[in-house]
Each structure stands twice: as structure tokens, then as C-alpha cells.
Design a binder for this molecule. Structure first.
Ligand code: 4G0
Length: 255
């Protein structure tokens, strides 16, 4: 998978992609990231990339020429790519979008804006606008890294253990189940007994149930189109929760 990032802060991208999942994927040759700086595509000697807004007001607007020149230069290799502008006004980026980008295998040119935005005419030179969520950041660099990371970790071989990806699909569409490691007891808080039992079948059912519990409590909107096995575990969980509520009510009445 090939990524290109157009940013006036190339060091920010360089620094981050050295480490972790992205660094590993790049070293293994599973992915490639090229970074370009609009400043290198300015024609004036001050390498100016922004200017005052027409119509007045505070802040600066990034100028179109450096971006246009950079995009034209990058496209000069004749390869196909999707040109994406990171912006709070874009289409929402989700796990599903990450999966679709990986599946298509198209190279992505990620354009990072700063300040109050980029000259609106950039819209004529991009394929789409993407937002990673409903908040404003000081630049598109973090969203670009979020997109690269989320796609690369889906490539088999980028996660340390292949198993992790498999587990992800086991819990796909749900929130995660709770994780524990040594020690068995910390500040009086014990690891759930089932995880020490060595009974892998029982452990799998417990994890599914706890994943469903987390999802039911925090993100019930995710609980649709359940597989029949998941539905069975959900019903079992609901009946346990019901029993507990009735027991607690009963106890409080008898007090
Ligand atoms: C305002 C993306 C800010 C306008 C970018 C860019 C959040 C996101 C910025 C632009 C960002 C997000 C029109 C390019 C940079 N902040 N939620 N800040 N334009 O994905």
C-alpha cells in the first residue's frame, strides 16, 4: 500500500512513521510513505505558503499555488492515486472506510491543511474530503497519520502477532473484552477465575459475553445484525443482568 503526504510539517510525519506498526510495515516493505512539502513548490523567494483572507478577518489562508504545483508534480509519474483532503468538513472516516481503502489498494495522496484552511479552489484538484471526527485540529497531519495507521494494521504481517488480527475479527463490530496480565492479584483486585482455568472454550464464551456487555452498555447502536451465536450469548447476558437487577431490588425491599 502506497501513501503520499503533502504537508508543510514533513518532520511531524517522518518522526511518527519511524515507530510502531507503521515503522514495521515500512521496514518489511509492506507499505511505502512519501512526503512532500508545499514550500518546495513555491515560486517566490520567501517560500510563502499562506496569505491574508480576501474579505478580511483574522488568521491566514493557505494559498492554492504551492498545493496545485505539488499535486501536479506528484501526479507527473502517471500512476493512479486517490487525492484526499483532510478536513473537518469531510466524509467521516470509519473502520469500514479503512477496510475499503485497503481492498481497493489504490495509492492515497493525503493533503494536510493548516491555519484557517486552504483556498477553496483546492476542491477542484482533489477526489474527496475526509474527516476523522467532529473536532477541529490545528492541522491535517494527525488525521493523515490516523488514516495511514488504521489501514496498515489491517495488512497481514504488520501486527506483531497474526493472532491479534484474527482476534479483532472475532470481536469485529463490538467493543473489546477486558484484558489482564500478571500479577494474578493487584491491590486486592483479582483476575477473573475463568481466565486462569485453561478452558479455552469457556474463555472464548466469557470474552464474547464481556465484549457484548461493554457494547450493550456503551454502544447499543452497534448491536444489530448479530450472528446467531452472538445473539445466543447476548440473550444469556440479558437474562443474567435481569436476574441481578431483580435480586438487588428484592434485597433492597427486604431491608
Ligand atoms: C480547517 C481535519 C482545519 C479547515 C483537519 C483543515 C480536523 C480534521 C483544517 C481545513 C483539521 C478532522 C478546509 C482543509 C486542519 N482538523 N476532523 N485541521 N481545511 O479530520
Amino acid at each position: 500500500m502506497k501513501f503520499e503526504v503533502l504537508t508543510i510539517f514533513p518532520e511531524v510525519i517522518e518522526c511518527y512513521i519511524k515507530h510502531g506498526i507503521i515503522g514495521k510495515a515500512l521496514k518489511k516493505g509492506l507499505a511505502e510513505v512519501s512526503i512532500y512539502n508545499p514550500r518546495d513548490f513555491t515560486l517566490d523567494k520567501h517560500k510563502k505558503v499562506d496569505d491574508y483572507p480576501y474579505g478580511g478577518g483574522a488568521g491566514m489562508v493557505m494559498q492554492i499555488e504551492p498545493f496545485y504545483n505539488a499535486i501536479k508534480y506528484i501526479k507527473g509519474d502517471g500512476n493512479l492515486r486517490r487525492v484526499i483532503l483532510l478536513s473537518p468538513q469531510g466524509k467521516r472516516f470509519t473502520q469500514k472506510v479503512a477496510e475499503e481503502f485497503l481492498e481497493k489498494g489504490e495509492a492515497l495522496l493525503l493533503i494536510c491543511g493548516r491555519y484557517e484552511g486552504i483556498d477553496e479552489r483546492i476542491k477542484s484538484f482533489i477526489d474527496e474530503e475526509i474527516s476523522i471526527g467532529d473536532y477541529v485540529l490545528s492541522g491535517g497531519e494527525l488525521p493523515a497519520l490516523v488514516i495511514i495507521d488504521s489501514i496498515l494494521r489491517l495488512i497481514p504481517g504488520t501486527l506483531g502477532a497474526e493472532l491479534s488480527a484474527k482476534e479483532d475479527s472475532f470481536m469485529k463490530g463490538f467493543l473489546d473484552y477486558p484484558h489482564y496480565t500478571r500479577p494474578e492479584e493487584f491491590e486486592g483486585i483479582r483476575v477473573p477465575e475463568v481466565l486462569l482455568s485453561g478452558d479455552h472454550k469457556k474463555i472464548a464464551i466469557w470474552r464474547k459475553k464481556e465484549a457484548l456487555r461493554n457494547t450493550l452498555i456503551r454502544r447499543p447502536d452497534l448491536l444489530k445484525n448479530l450472528a446467531s451465536e452472538d445473539m445466543r450469548v447476548l440473550k444469556e447476558l440479558c437474562s443474567e443482568i435481569n436476574t441481578k437487577i431483580l435480586e438487588d431490588a428484592d434485597e433492597s425491599i427486604n431491608h
